[in-house]
Structures are given as structure tokens and as C-alpha cells.
Design a binder for this molecule. Structure first.
Ligand code: M6R
Length: 369
């Protein structure tokens, strides 16, 4: 069942090109237009949506945070992302023109289910992005968009994360095309780029030997920090979560812009810091700002482990290690940049002799509140 891999997690990381490709499958017509008839929500209702609220937990919530950047950009509909267990116990401003999108691999996460029920009570339309057919959350939602990652067995979520980002992008592009919001690029163009992502993930996976070596020599680390900006920020938090749950190492993800507002005080000689660098071509000059951050922390002694696009030479003078990913447009980058962080956590856990697939104190699906 592990197809020759030592652990389910390793198999699932290597399944990721398929998880993305299969989630894209069958969602466009011959002309490349999105066809989401499977949603079964009235098109007029979708056109009338004034706000989207994404509810999820853990890795699924980080997928939601990534999706926020893309969905707002494409649709101009405001998107909030909230941890399901927080959403449920406050007094959210929701009405029948709010679309509440839950994201869950298992479809059984009690916190997320309770949030969906709460949203329905408040009159919202509910869509579930889910990996498990016939599970409770999609059954209780008005509509479902399945991710086709295949069964995920390892407790740490990997391929479901990529499939969740893919599915939420499909939803965002569909809403944008329904509403005629041609802000940014048109849906067919982004879908075409998404079709190329599986091959690019293969490229990333083929270059992971050095990441494994780094993980082995970092096995004694007591703390690892992760910095990212824009869509790289949730990726940083996801990288930290993988390391906490798999290797039991204190890890924290920050928005790189936040460094000077506090976290830079943590930097001392030898502190390992992963930095996810935006594409040099990204808008707003974010690439250069993140390169400056690398320079700042390096000057204070940090060991910088830099994830940067092929050909980005600006990072080289300030990087102890450079991990390369192929070029993508900025919003699609998380589908590549998260992969080395998953691989790092996997090998660090293995290096410490831990149970990769069943980390202590955790269950695959959290069916209690
Ligand atoms: O099944 P779900 O996607 O609803 O699960 C949500 C979280 O419990 C899950 O992502 C958890 O954070 C993973 N262990 C992360 O690797």
C-alpha cells in the first residue's frame, strides 16, 4: 500500500502531482471554460454573494488563507478566513448573501462541522471543499467541490493541502467568470497554468536530496523559524506546523513584514530560518523586500534556508542554502514552495527516529470539539 515508500507520508508527498492533476480533471469544457454544474447552487445566488467566509482547521485553514489572496484578487469579493472553532463561538456577521466555504480533508472534523451548522442557522449558503466522499461535512453543506487527492493516511496532511488550494482556486475562478470580474488574468489562462503545476511539482520532488541532508544535520535543532510574505505567509505557517507535529520541534511561521515589529528579537547566531521568497517578477516589489529581510537576519547570525525561484541570483549572497523551485505566477507558487518544507519535516522526523505517520498525541481526524 505504501508503493515501495517507507511511510505513507512519503508516498503522499510523492503523490502530489496526481492530487493536483486529478483535482483539475473534468472541471473545464472543450474551450477551457470552467464548468462546475456539480456545485448545484443557483448561479444567480452565486452572482449575488457579497462576502465569502472560509472556515477550516490546521492545514486546511492554511489552504484557506492561501485561497483568500487568490479569490479576492480574481472575484473582488471580500474573503475572511477563520479557524472553525473560533467562528462558531463568536457572533459572525453572516446573512443569506454570504458564502461559507468549509475546507476539510476528512469531512469529519467536528469543529468545522459545527461551524458549517452555525453558518446554516444564520442563513448562509455553504460549500464544502472536501476529500472524502459521502462524509458528514459535504452531506450537511448545500454544495460540495471534491478534492481528488485520494485517501490520505498519514496524520500530517500533505497532498490534501495541495488539492485544497487547487479546488479553492477553481471555485474562485468560477465565481470570477460568473461575475465577469476579469480583474487580473482570465480563468482559462490561470487554469492552463494550473495544468502545468503537476510537472513542476515533479521537478521540485526530483531535487530534494539536499533537503534531506539538511534535515539530517539539523536533527538536533531546538527551534526553527519560517518567514513568508503574501501567499508565502500561510506557507510559512504550514511549514512550521509540519515540523511541530512531525519532529516535535518548536517552530513558528511569521509574515516577513512583521519581523521588525518583534520577531527579529528572536534571531541569534545559529538560529535556522526558512525564508520563502516571492518570484522576482511579483508585483509590489515584494521579492526585494524579502531579500532585504534575509540580509537583515543573516547579519544577526541566522542560518538562512532560502526557497527561491530558479534563476533568482539575488538571494545567493545571503543564503546558507538555496532550495530551488520552478517559475510560476505569484498566486500559484504555494503549490511548489510548500513541498520542500513537507520533505524537510518528513526527514527530520525520520532522522530523530520518530513515527512519521502517527505522531504522538494526534489523530487523523479530530471528531471531538
Ligand atoms: O480533516 P481536516 O482537513 O478537517 O483536518 C483539519 C486538521 O485537523 C488537519 O489539517 C491537521 O492540522 C493536520 N494534522 C495537519 O497536518
Amino acid at each position: 500500500e505504501k508503493s515501495g515508500y517507507d511511510t505513507f507520508m512519503e508516498k503522499e508527498i510523492n503523490d502530489q502531482p496526481h492530487a493536483v492533476a486529478d483535482t483539475l480533471l473534468g472541471r473545464t469544457d472543450a474551450e477551457g471554460n470552467l464548468t462546475l454544474d456539480e456545485l448545484h447552487i443557483d448561479v444567480e445566488e452565486l452572482r449575488a454573494v457579497t462576502k465569502i467566509v472560509i472556515v477550516a482547521c490546521g492545514t486546511a485553514a492554511y489552504a484557506g488563507m492561501v485561497a483568500k489572496y487568490a479569490i479576492e484578487h480574481w472575484t473582488r469579493i471580500p474573503v475572511e478566513v477563520e479557524l472553525a472553532h473560533e467562528f462558531r463561538y463568536r457572533d459572525p456577521v453572516i446573512d443569506e448573501r454570504t458564502l461559507v466555504v468549509s475546507i476539510s480533508q476528512s469531512g469529519e472534523t467536528m469543529d468545522t462541522l459545527m461551524a458549517v451548522r452555525h453558518a446554516k442557522e444564520l442563513g448562509a449558503r455553504t460549500v464544502s471543499i472536501c476529500n472524502t466522499h459521502g462524509s458528514t461535512i459535504p452531506r450537511e453543506s448545500d454544495a460540495v467541490l471534491y478534492t481528488h487527492a485520494g485517501p490520505e493516511i498519514a496524520v500530517a496532511s500533505t497532498k490534501a493541502f495541495l488539492a485544497q488550494i487547487t479546488a479553492s482556486y477553481i471555485l474562485g475562478l468560477y465565481l470570477a467568470s460568473l461575475r465577469g470580474t476579469s480583474y487580473g488574468r482570465d480563468a482559462a489562462e490561470v487554469m492552463a497554468e494550473l495544468q502545468g503545476i503537476p510537472a513542476q511539482i515533479e521537478t521540485v520532488l526530483a531535487g530534494m536530496d539536499r533537503v534531506k541532508e539538511i534535515a539530517y544535520y539539523m536533527a538536533d535543532s531546538r527551534s526553527v523559524l519560517f518567514l513568508g510574505r503574501h501567499v508565502g505567509y500561510p506557507v510559512a505557517m504550514e511549514g512550521a506546523l509540519k515540523l511541530k507535529e512531525l519532529a516535535y520541534i518548536h517552530a513558528e511561521g511569521f509574515a516577513a513584514g512583521e519581523l521588525k515589529h518583534g520577531p527579529i528579537a528572536l534571531i541569534e547566531p545559529g538560529q535556522p530560518v526558512f525564508v520563502i521568497v516571492p518570484s522576482p517578477g511579483s508585483e509590489h516589489g515584494l521579492h526585494d523586500k524579502v531579500v532585504s529581510n534575509i540580509q537583515e537576519i543573516r547579519a544577526r547570525g541566522a542560518r538562512t534556508l532560502v526557497i527561491a525561484e530558479e534563476g533568482d541570483e539575488d538571494v545567493v549572497p545571503f543564503a546558507d542554502e538555496v532550495i530551488r523551485v520552478p517559475h510560476t505566477s505569484p498566486l500559484l507558487a504555494p503549490l511548489l514552495t510548500v513541498v520542500p518544507l513537507q520533505v524537510f519535516a518528513l526527514h527530520l522526523s525520520t532522522a530523530k527516529g520518530l513515527d512519521v505517520d502517527q505522531p504522538r498525541n494526534l489523530a487523523k481526524s479530530v471528531t471531538v470539539e
